[in-house]
Design a binder for this molecule. Structure first.
Ligand SMILES: N[C@H](CCC[C@H](N)C(=O)O)C(=O)O
Length: 287
């Protein structure tokens, strides 16, 4: 039995349980998903994020979805990790580096009265190769607005890897999408051997889109930072939004600003601390 202190944080309502593992690592971190999925016997949230030491960056982020699967990158969470490190004076720097399973990301911190309010993250360059997703398709050229039928429903998909896999569908009414039914047909489809995060977007203007997301391993979330990046890349590739321009992405839980340029994709958005707490953890059950 060990007592674990945690911090509950969110980025645009995409909320995770954050655990400082800089001094000691958690055993069986996948089991922590029990804390996520059950609001009554646990805490609730979209997943768990461990803040770990790093040899090559200021810290390392490990993110686990609600089902215990480990994600390779998490845009909303990396802003919250930066906030935790900055606010606790662990990394008292306005520019910091955080290592992830998708490589080291650079974060520009914006703060007021010693507390981070928002940040801009260099999310790196999108990878448009089908094999990067991966998607099981005998094709090397990028998938942009490709006709795609799943369970007798016809879509046009654009696939983008932001270090984690995204399948973006442009539609004229995202509210009408029955995501709890449609989402799993993508998430569980064997054509995506590592599953996939699926975004449905509406084009508002050349500098604004609305987005909903069905995340692999977590279901519909109120926001998805990497998904917002993938969606802007898809909107630009399909000629609907402007390259090298700040694009407003309107999500159920808030707004992110995404810019896709020759230098890569940059995401700007808030990070919020909700509460801190402590749990008794024996690695498997919650007392
Ligand atoms: N919510 C995250 C994305 C999590 C992606 C995760 N579901 C996976 O790729 O396994 C974000 O803000 O980027």
């Amino acid at each position: 039995m060990m007592n674990i202190t945690f911090t509950k944080m969110h980025g645009c309502g995409n909320d995770y349980i954050y655990i400082n593992c800089l001094e000691n690592m958690i055993e069986n971190p996948e089991g922590l998903s029990r804390l996520v999925s059950d609001r009554h016997f646990g805490i609730g949230g979209d997943g768990v994020v461990l803040i770990c030491p790093s040899e090559i960056a200021d810290a390392k982020m490990r993110m686990f979805n609600a089902d215990g699967s480990e994600g390779k990158m998490c845009g909303n969470a990396i802003r919250c990790v930066a906030k935790y490190l900055y606010d606790h004076q662990i990394v008292p720097k306005n520019t910091m580096s955080i290592d992830t399973l998708s490589g080291v990301k650079i974060i520009q911190v914006y703060a007021e009265n010693g507390k981070m309010t928002s940040a801009t993250v260099d999310m790196g360059k999108p990878n448009l190769e089908p094999s990067a997703l991966p998607i099981l398709m005998d094709r090397t050229e990028s998938i942009v607005n490709m006709p795609f039928t799943i369970e007798n429903k016809d879509y046009h998909i654009t696939t983008v890897s932001m270090g984690n896999p995204h399948c973006v569908i442009i539609t004229d009414n995202i509210e009408s999408i029955n995501l709890p039914i449609v989402g799993p047909t993508f998430e569980l489809n064997p054509i995506f051997p590592e599953s996939v995060n699926t975004e449905f977007i509406e084009i508002v203007s050349r500098t604004s889109i609305n987005m909903r997301v069905w995340e692999r391993g977590s279901g519909e979330t109120l926001a998805c930072g990497t998904g917002a990046c993938a969606s802007v890349v898809a909107a630009v590739l399909n000629g609907h939004c402007d390259f090298d321009t700040d694009i407003e992405v309107n999500l159920l839980g808030g707004k992110l600003i995404i810019r896709y340029s020759d230098h890569g994709v940059f995401m700007t958005g808030p990070a919020t601390t909700v509460f801190k707490g402590e749990i008794e953890w024996d690695g498997y059950l919650i007392r």
